[in-house]
Design a protein around this ligand. Structure first.
Ligand code: UDP
Length: 490
């Protein structure tokens, strides 16, 4: 009995960081682990996002929240304001310095670790977000097994480990164009535009950031991926066999990390219940979707922080208009007002498209939209969360319009690997014109190829559901992980 109690109280420290795409998977993981008999201290950033986490209903599970300054606040402010892609390019070209002083965070984490060490339930293992590499030294000192939660696309890990080994062999850096395609084990050949300059040029101001994550991942004991084996089997095989640095790690795809109710046939109701703020905007969005024919609406969103320039917004609007398709478009604007939208969009656009388009100012209830039966396609920046969400909740074709980091390789895989989408191409400055937008929209919504994309997307959706169900690959991996934690000595 005593033994059983001890096992039941195995305590895990889980550290996440700013950004909805990092926090949401961590919340789901905490909930899953706690419902499988572990107790969790979930360390979340002391930032605006804390209120979102604090309002989560953990349904009495043993999850304790602790706030820490887990990211630099300057960075957080910039993140909240968002970057236009043009602004980001300019900042990067002019040598934007990513915050590198983490002394405040280190002091706070050291104090927390000290406090937990002397508490009655000291942790037996740590799970830490892939980008919190500054924590490596402190966590290594605890002597506890350390696992990485990797909420980005796993292909990005393969790409950055590949770049790391090219540097070691002195085959990098290369300046643009440098190469036409790059072959990374487990990935389709990547075009030059798919590989971020920050990976191939060590003079790039984001290079230390990209490469910094690698070392803390390599020195960990294992990696928990927000993905599932059947989504990218070649990649997971390659990660396990061809990358010396992580070959002996436990590599566990345990996703898609969404609340389990999202995998039921009534996912739409599940997304409603989970909305923290059920606003009138959201009600409006749902009533509008309810009125549209099944699988007829294109949803357009570029994620939580990327912004388009006003010129690009106008061009996108004109392309959407020319496509004649129904659309639901979320346009980030500061005060979430219709007046701001009118000022940004081409004159008369809202009026001309009111019969078949809805433009939401600011923020969209994305899960609800993707789970709605009227959804027919998604124009996305290919953020990994949006990608997993469209696969899991919607099972519809996508148009990829990627910007940076893992987005271009994700887009390549969605289009050329999985065959569930089309991509739009910009000019050298990334500007996408209205004809290209129209072409992309028509391709996934009404072209002869669209049917094939749709049926492959539905097959993938079924695979995602199977992966997290009892006996599914992700569920088995999670159970193996929990069994391993429960066997650890405290
Ligand atoms: N999201 C949302 N409403 C919006 C924009 C984004 O709910 O109007 C959510 C979306 O569902 C996803 C996350 O924000 O979970 C964006 O994560 P992703 O990895 O796709 O892109 P990022 O924002 O990190 O670039």
């Amino acid at each position: 009995m005593e033994n059983a109690e001890k096992i039941a109280t195995r305590h895990v420290l889980l550290l996440t960081c700013n950004g909805i795409g990092h926090i949401n998977p961590a919340l789901t993981l905490a909930t899953k682990l706690a419902s499988m008999g572990l107790s969790i201290t979930l360390v979340v950033p002391d930032a605006a996002s804390f209120s979102l986490v604090a309002s989560t209903d953990f349904q009495g599970l043993p999850i304790t929240l602790t706030k820490l300054p887990l990211q630099d606040h300057g960075q957080e402010e910039q993140h909240q304001q968002g970057w236009t892609m043009e602004g980001l390019r300019v900042a990067v070209r002019s040598g934007y310095e990513w915050p590198s002083d983490y002394s405040r965070q280190k002091i706070a984490l050291a104090a927390l670790l000290e406090e937990l060490k002397v508490s009655s339930s000291s942790p037996c293992c740590v799970i830490v977000d892939m980008i919190l590499n500054w924590s490596e030294e402190l966590l290594v000192k605890t002597g506890l097994p350390r696992f990485i939660l990797y909420p980005a696309a796993p292909n990005y890990l393969a790409l950055s480990l590949h770049a790391r080994s090219l540097y070691r062999k002195k085959l990098l850096p290369v300046k643009f164009p440098g190469f036409e395609t790059m072959k990374v084990e487990g990935l389709l050949p990547l075009y030059r535009r798919d590989v971020p300059d920050a990976m191939t040029d060590d003079g790039h101001c984001l290079y230390p950031l990209h490469m910094g994550f690698n070392e803390h991942i390599i020195s960990s004991d294992g990696i928990l991926f927000n993905s599932f084996t059947e989504l990218e089997p070649e990649l997971f095989k390659a990660l396990a066999e061809s990358f010396e640095e992580i070959k002996h790690h436990e590599l566990l795809p345990i996703g898609p990390l969404f609340p389990s109710k999202y995998f039921t046939p009534d996912a739409l109701n599940a997304t409603k219940e989970s909305s923290v703020l059920r606003s009138s905007e959201e009600e409006r969005c749902q009533s509008w979707l309810d009125e549209q024919p099944v699988e007829s609406v294109l949803y357009v969103s570029f994620g939580s922080w990327a912004l388009l320039t006003p010129r690009q917004i106008c061009e996108l609007a004109l392309g959407l208009e020319a496509s004649q398709q129904r659309f639901l478009w979320v346009v980030p604007v500061e005060n979430k007002s219709i007046e701001e939208l009118e000022a940004l969009l081409p004159e008369g656009f809202l009026k001309r498209t009111e019969e078949r388009g809805l433009v939401l100012p600011g923020w969209a209830p994305q899960h609800l939209i993707l789970a709605h039966s009227s959804l027919g396609g998604f124009l996305t920046h290919c953020g990994w969360n949006s990608t997993l969400e469209v696969i899991t909740l919607a099972g519809v074709p996508v148009i990829g319009w990627p910007f940076l980091a893992d987005q271009p390789p994700i887009c390549r895989y969605l289009v050329d690997g999985l065959g569930i989408g089309a991509e739009v191409l910009g000019d050298d400055d990334g500007f996408v014109d209205r004809d290209e937008v129209e072409r992309g929209v028509r391709e996934i919504m009404e072209s002869p190829r669209a049917e094939g994309m749709k049926s492959r997307a539905k097959e993938l959706q079924a695979k995602a559901r199977r992966a997290v169900a009892q006996g599914g690959s992700s569920q088995k991996n999670l159970e193996a992980f929990v069994a391993r934690i429960k066997s650890l000595l405290v």
